[in-house]
Design a protein around this ligand. Structure first.
Ligand code: HEM
Ligand SMILES: *[C@@H]1O[C@H](CO)[C@@H](O)[C@H](O)[C@H]1NC(C)=O
Ligand SMILES: *[C@@H]1O[C@H](CO)[C@@H](O)[C@H](O)[C@H]1NC(C)=O
Ligand SMILES: *[C@@H]1O[C@H](CO)[C@@H](O)[C@H](O)[C@H]1NC(C)=O
Length: 474
């Protein structure tokens, strides 16, 4: 007993000494935390609107070096960038770094949404959505996607001289998400859903001041409405499954409801389903619509790229009967077109960056990221690094001919590691089918300049108005 006591007495000071040594060798990154609550959020948001957010970030790097501290959306934050930083963000284990969105996003999308879940909970919910979103399941929906997009073009493009691409693509991807993922067909219920949903997303990156008439407050109210509507939808689908008028793999919702645990109960809690459906709604439509929009813009700006895409798509069109839907096999022939999409995502990534939460003190590049702080990562930092992508401002889809030449954790439009975007395949199908139909049915010219700003996602000048001409059908 006495020896144990002696050993302890001896060890404790060493422990304290070591701990102190460790403390002093770790220093906080340079930078200022700014005003309480607001911090640098307004500066970043203003830069995003002016499309100078990348420049805003680069200025920080010039001023403070590669790692710096700041305060964003109400929390102290460390900004890190580069390949090693991305690797840390995307692959650290769940006890070191957890996914955590800003307070505003968490309160709007709900505390049990997949972005907030970690470790086992994350795995369970993620596996559930993957059951529907994996290529083997999505394969059978290519025809349905084709039908939706054809109907869209008939309704909004045929007979028009000019269209505005971004709002139309939002309309299209929203409709695709509603019908393919939620089994929510056109009608008053969908209209109601759209209305509240739009108000809800407006507050996602707003400063979290919850007073009447702030954007954030309106967004929270809309979120409550949307959640109630999803609960109703779940009730209806549950009843349809019981009466066998719906099948488990019919849409994402029936799929989530059909997953059982060992006691034959629903494996996902109702709140997890509601909040995860909200995330899929947000993550699924704003991003793909932006990709398709900027792809159309790139095709108008790059004649050689356009010619190669047209050739690939016409070859596929020639192999089909008129009116015949595209299939999974057709998509696998669209290799060049997908590389053009990849290059579009490199230069204009729809997701600007994101946040993580440090669960313990982390040392990175000689600096301390204190426990409880946010970590902020920015997509374009590696995308526009000329040591990784030579002449980064050149639009050159051939960079992706040899995927292996792109170093790991450097091309991250869909994130990376265990939380890499589960909607990748869905977005790929949607994009390729849309481009196939647009390129084979129309030609277009840009009617506005090439500027864009960021309002959470990139928005081209005036929403990208284009002049369209029907192509002579084959
Ligand atoms: C071009 C289209 C898309 C882009 C660029 C994109 C981008 C991303 C990125 C960067 C992340 C990771 C965020 C992080 O690590 O913090 C992510 C996650 C996610 N995305 Fe996508 N996405 C796209 C389409 C979709 C679609 C179509 C869906 C649904 C059908 C979807 C659903 C999700 C979900 C649920 C997550 C969270 C995954 C998790 O935390 O495990 N995304 N997406
Ligand atoms: C998309 O959905 C909206 C709202 O439900 C509907 O008014 C519109 O006609 C749909 N568009 C297409 C092309 O189906
Ligand atoms: C899609 O367009 C239709 C007709 O122009 C409109 O009624 C509907 O509200 C739009 N839906 C969305 C999601 O923007
Ligand atoms: C909006 O602000 C009012 C006044 O502060 C508050 O009572 C209400 O709860 C807020 N709404 C939401 C949804 O948080």
């Amino acid at each position: 007993m006495a020896t144990l006591f002696a050993i302890l007495l001896f060890l404790i000071p060493i422990y304290i000494l070591l701990k102190r040594r460790k403390r002093t060798s770790q220093r906080l990154p340079p930078g200022s935390l700014g005003l309480p609550l607001i911090g640098q959020s307004l500066g970043l948001l203003r830069a995003m609107r002016a499309n100078t957010a990348e420049e805003w970030v680069k200025q920080r790097i010039r001023k403070y070096g590669p790692v710096s501290k700041l305060s964003l959306f109400g929390k102290p934050t460390v900004f890190i960038h580069g390949q090693a930083a991305n690797k840390l963000v995307f692959t650290s284990d769940a006890s070191t770094i957890s996914s955590k969105q800003t307070e505003s996003i968490r309160r709007i999308l709900g505390e049990r949404n997949i972005f907030e879940l970690n470790a086992e909970d994350h795995k369970r919910v993620r596996n559930a959505i993957m059951l529907f979103l994996k290529p083997e399941s999505l394969k059978q929906y290519v025809g349905k996607m084709d039908l939706e997009i054809r109907q869209h073009l008939e309704m909004h493009w045929d007979g028009k001289n000019q269209v505005t691409v971004l709002p139309l693509m939002k309309n299209l991807t929203f409709n695709i998400t509603c019908s393919l993922l939620f089994g929510l067909e056109q009608g008053p219920r969908r209209e109601e859903f759209v209305k509240h949903f739009q108000i809800m997303i407006e507050g996602m990156w707003a400063v979290p001041i919850n007073l009447p008439f702030t954007r954030y407050n309106g967004s929270l109210k809309a979120s409550k409405r949307v959640q109630n509507m999803i609960k109703e939808l779940l009730r209806d689908k549950r009843a349809q499954l019981q009466q066998k008028t719906a099948s488990p793999l019919e849409d994402l919702i029936t799929c989530l409801l059909s997953i059982r645990n060992d006691d034959d109960e629903e494996a996902l809690a109702e709140l997890e389903m509601v909040h995860t459906i909200m995330v899929v709604m947000v993550a699924g439509h704003d991003t793909s619509s932006v990709l398709i929009t900027f792809l159309l813009r790139a095709l108008a700006n790059e004649p050689a790229v356009y010619a190669a895409v047209l050739e690939e798509q016409e070859e596929i069109a020639r192999s089909k009967l008129s009116g015949e839907f595209l299939t999974w096999g057709d998509l696998s022939k669209m290799k060049y077109t997908w590389r053009v999409a990849q290059e579009t995502l490199r230069i204009i990534p729809p997701v600007f960056g994101g946040f993580r939460n440090a669960l313990k003190d982390i040392e990175f590049a000689g600096f301390l990221i204190p426990k409880g702080w946010q970590i902020f990562w920015v997509t374009s930092m590696t995308h526009m690094d000329d040591s990784i992508f030579p002449e980064p401002s050149n639009f050159d889809p051939s960079r992706f001919e040899r995927q292996a030449s792109v170093p790991p954790y450097c091309y991250i439009p869909f994130g990376g590691g265990p939380r890499i975007c589960p909607g990748y395949e869905f977005a790929r199908i949607e994009t390729l089918v849309a481009i196939h139909l647009m390129v084979t049915k129309f030609t277009w010219k840009l009617c506005a300049d090439n500027h864009f700003s960021r309002d959470l996602v990139p928005v081209p000048s005036q929403g990208l108005p284009i002049e369209i001409m029907p192509r002579a059908q084959l």
